[in-house]
Design a protein around this ligand. Sequence first.
Ligand code: THU
Length: 133
Amino acid sequence: MDKDGLFGRALQAAQASYSPYSKFRVGAALACADGTIFTGTNVENRSFGLTICAERSAMLAAISAGKREFSGIVIATPDADYPVSPCGACRQVLSEFLPAEAFVHFGSSCDDKVETTIGALMPYDALHELGKR
Ligand code: THU
């Protein structure tokens, strides 16, 4: 699927957002290396710190389905008027599984997107060797 198609899937995922507190919908479409797509949305909680972002929802769904290799992720934030980048916690979780060159595209609309990589969003990423022991 091309990046515009992925943005469409992310936008669609945002429609399911559970965000009664922020009223800020986010959707993510995660592309697996085998071409399958997993989507996720943000799920808030009245104990605010338990909120799960769209990016982590998508990643946890994919990992739970047995996927381990990914090419990138597209994030849609239809309630913003500028591209909203993944939070620090999501960058850390994405970097666990995405290779540095994996694409990360985020935007409020398909025509207003930032196109970058997880390596650029997560500089000096380290300690991957711990998983190989
Ligand atoms: N949020 C995401 O799901 N992903 C992002 O990249 C930015 C923030 C969610 C968390 C919360 O439900 C709402 O957006 C406002 O921060």
